[in-house]
Ligand binder design. Structure first.
Ligand code: SF4
Length: 361
C-alpha cells in the first residue's frame, strides 16, 4: 500500500499548486488552510467548505496527522504572579517529540516553541546541542505547539489566551527559516480564530548572518533576539562554535540592518557565566558592541545543565556588570530565570526520559 503524504507538510504555495493540478480554483487552497489551522479539522470529511469530491480525493491521497501533548511538568518554584512555568513534551506528526514551554508573567502567556528536533550547532552551554540533530519541524508542527497550549489555557480558564510566542525552544530557528516564516504567517493570520500581532512574536538566533538579512527582507517585522553571550570574538567562539563563520563586525552590520528595516531594536541576550564573560572588561566590550546599532540588553542567569560545567555569576559581579552598562547609557533588563526546576529554562531543553515507547529516535 502506498504511503500517503502528510497534507500539513505542504506550504500555502504548495497547496495552491496542488489545487492547480487538481483543476480546482486557487481559493480552494485558502479554504483548506483555514480548515487546518483555524477550524482545526481532524479529518477531511469535516472540511465542509470543500466539495464532497475534493474531500474524497484528498482523503485518498493524504493523511492529516496532529501533534499531541504527551507529558506536562510544572515548575515547583512557581512563576511570576503565582502561575507556574509549564513544560510540555509534544509528540510530532511522525512520533518524534520536542519540548514546548508556557511562561506566565503578569498580563502575558508566552509560549516558547521548538523549531528542530535537536540542533546541529552544539553551543557549549546548551542541553539541546548535546542531542545532535534529527530533523527540522514543518510549519504545522510549530503552529500546533502554540495551539495545543492555547487549548489548554482556554480549558483551564475560559478567558486565557496565549499572548506572545518566542522561537527560543529546541533548535536554531534561522536554520529552518522557511518553515518559521510559514508558521509566523499562520499564527498572525487575522481571519483565523487564533491569531497574534507580529509584534508579539520574537525569533531568537545565535547569529546566522545571511538568515538575519533574509528574515529582515521577508517583511514579517517580528522581534529579533540575538544570543550574544560575549562581545569578544575568541570567547564567543568557545561558547558558540557557529560564531567562527559569523564574526562580530559583520554580525553588528546584520543587526543594524535588521533594526533599520524592521524599525524595532534587537535584543542582545547575554548569559552571565562566572569568570568567563562577567568581568568589567567584558561589560565594556559589550557596551562597545551594543553602541553600534539600536538595541537593548537582556541579562539572563545561567541555568545548570547536567554534565556541562558553568557557574552562574554571583550578585556582586552581576551588579558591577549591570552598572557598567548603565553608565554607558545602555538599556538593560535582567530576566529572572523561570522553569529551572523542570529544565525548562534557557538552554536546558533536551529530551532525556521520554515516557512513551512510540518514539522513532
Ligand atoms: S543554543 Fe540554540 S543554536 Fe545553540 S545548540 Fe542550543 S538550540 Fe542550538
Amino acid at each position: 500500500m502506498p504511503v500517503l503524504e502528510n497534507i500539513k507538510s505542504l506550504s500555502r504555495k504548495e497547496l495552491q499548486n496542488l489545487m492547480h493540478d487538481y483543476g480546482e480554483p486557487p481559493f480552494r487552497a485558502g479554504q483548506i488552510h483555514r480548515c487546518l489551522y483555524s477550524d482545526r479539522c481532524t479529518d477531511f470529511q469535516s472540511m465542509t467548505t470543500l466539495s464532497t469530491s475534493l474531500r474524497s480525493r484528498l482523503s485518498e491521497e493524504f493523511v492529516l496527522p496532529a501533534c499531541s501533548i504527551e507529558q506536562r511538568q510544572n515548575d515547583r518554584t512557581g512563576g511570576e504572579g503565582g502561575e507556574a512555568t509549564r513544560k510540555y513534551l509534544v509528540q510530532l506528526h511522525d512520533g518524534l517529540a520536542v519540548e514546548t514551554v508556557l511562561i506566565p508573567s503578569p498580563g502575558r502567556w508566552t509560549v516558547c516553541v521548538s523549531t528542530q528536533v535537536g540542533c546541529p550547532l552544539q553551543c557549549a552551554f546548551c542541553a539541546t546541542g548535546t542531542m545532535g540533530f534529527t530533523r527540522n519541524l514543518n510549519a504545522a508542527e510549530i503552529v500546533e505547539q502554540v495551539l495545543l497550549v492555547n487549548d489548554e489555557l482556554a480549558e483551564n480558564s475560559g478567558k486565557r489566551q496565549v499572548t506572545n510566542v518566542v522561537f527560543m525552544g529546541m533548535g536554531e530557528p534561522l536554520l529552518n527559516l522557511d518553515q518559521v516564516i510559514e508558521a509566523i504567517d499562520t499564527l498572525t493570520c487575522e481571519q483565523y480564530r487564533f491569531h497574534l500581532s507580529r509584534h508579539k512574536i520574537t525569533v531568537s538566533t545565535v547569529g546566522l548572518i545571511p538568515a538575519i538579512a533574509k528574515l529582515a527582507d521577508s517583511g514579517r517585522n517580528v522581534k529579533l533576539a540575538l544570543s550574544l553571550h560575549s562581545a569578544d570574538q575568541g570567547k564567543r567562539e568557545t561558547m558558540i562554535p557557529s560564531a567562527a563563520d559569523n564574526r562580530l563586525p559583520e554580525l553588528a552590520g546584520a543587526l543594524d540592518y535588521y533594526g533599520r528595516i524592521t524599525g524595532t531594536p534587537v535584543t542582545l541576550v547575554y548569559m552571565l557565566l562566572e569568570d568567563i564573560n562577567d568581568s568589567r572588561d567584558d561589560a565594556l566590550q559589550l557596551a562597545r558592541f551594543a553602541r553600534r546599532f539600536l538595541c537593548k540588553i537582556n541579562l539572563i542567569d545561567y541555568n545548570a545543565i547536567v554534565n556541562i560545567k558553568f557557574k552562574s555569576t554571583g550578585n556582586q559581579r552581576r551588579d558591577t556588570f549591570i552598572q557598567t552598562l548603565l553608565d554607558k547609557g545602555l538599556q538593560v533588563t535582567v530576566r529572572r530565570s523561570q522553569g529551572s526546576s523542570i529544565s525548562a529554562a534557557c538552554g536546558q531543553l533536551a529530551i532525556r526520559n521520554r515516557p512513551s515507547s512510540n518514539q522513532n529516535a
